[in-house]
Design a protein around this ligand. Structure first.
Ligand code: 5GP
Ligand code: ZN
Length: 135
């Protein structure tokens, strides 16, 4: 995709701090990190989000996420690591080339997780059934 920001980064048209690259994936530091080492892992084949990604590309991204998480653990020494992916603007996606965030965490770094809310009676069973019938 000629005008896609992350495709341009993959092609080397925009400078970046590359962390890792293989046949199917590319990983680089987020320009505005939660903490130093915050890495984005993307498929080289352009896809807008998880819904456009083929299983092969997804598996390749997950392998790279696993590899890089271990490297961050060794090199940055965080107290923990969050993985995240925003799919579609309704979920906060800002750059429309699929990417997984790997975020090293440190005490009192200000990063907040989601706030859960309990199911109503019987709702969880209905939701689980609906999901199962679509697999
Ligand atoms: P999301 O689409 O998951 O909400 O967020 C996109 C992420 O891409 C943000 O964390 C943002 O800091 C990062 N980002 C946006 N533009 C650039 C860029 O030009 N270079 C790099 N390395 N990261 C970027
Ligand atoms: Zn792209």
């Amino acid at each position: 995709m000629p005008q896609c920001l992350f495709c341009k980064i993959i092609r080397g048209e925009i400078p970046t701090n590359k962390v890792y690259e293989d046949e199917k994936t590319f990983a680089f530091l987020d320009i505005n990190p939660v903490n130093p080492g915050h890495t984005l892992v993307v498929p080289k084949k352009h896809a807008v989000d998880i819904f456009e990604m083929e299983e092969e590309e997804w598996n390749a991204v997950m392998n790279s996420v696993h590899k890089i998480s271990h490297a961050l653990e060794k090199s940055i020494g965080p107290t923990g690591i969050n993985l995240a992916m925003n799919n579609r603007s309704g979920a906060g996606q800002l750059v429309f080339h699929a990417h997984v965030h790997i975020m090293p965490r440190f005490p009192n770094d200000g990063h907040e997780l989601w706030k859960g809310k309990p199911y109503r009676k019987g709702e969880a069973a209905r939701v689980a059934e609906k999901i199962r019938t679509n697999l």
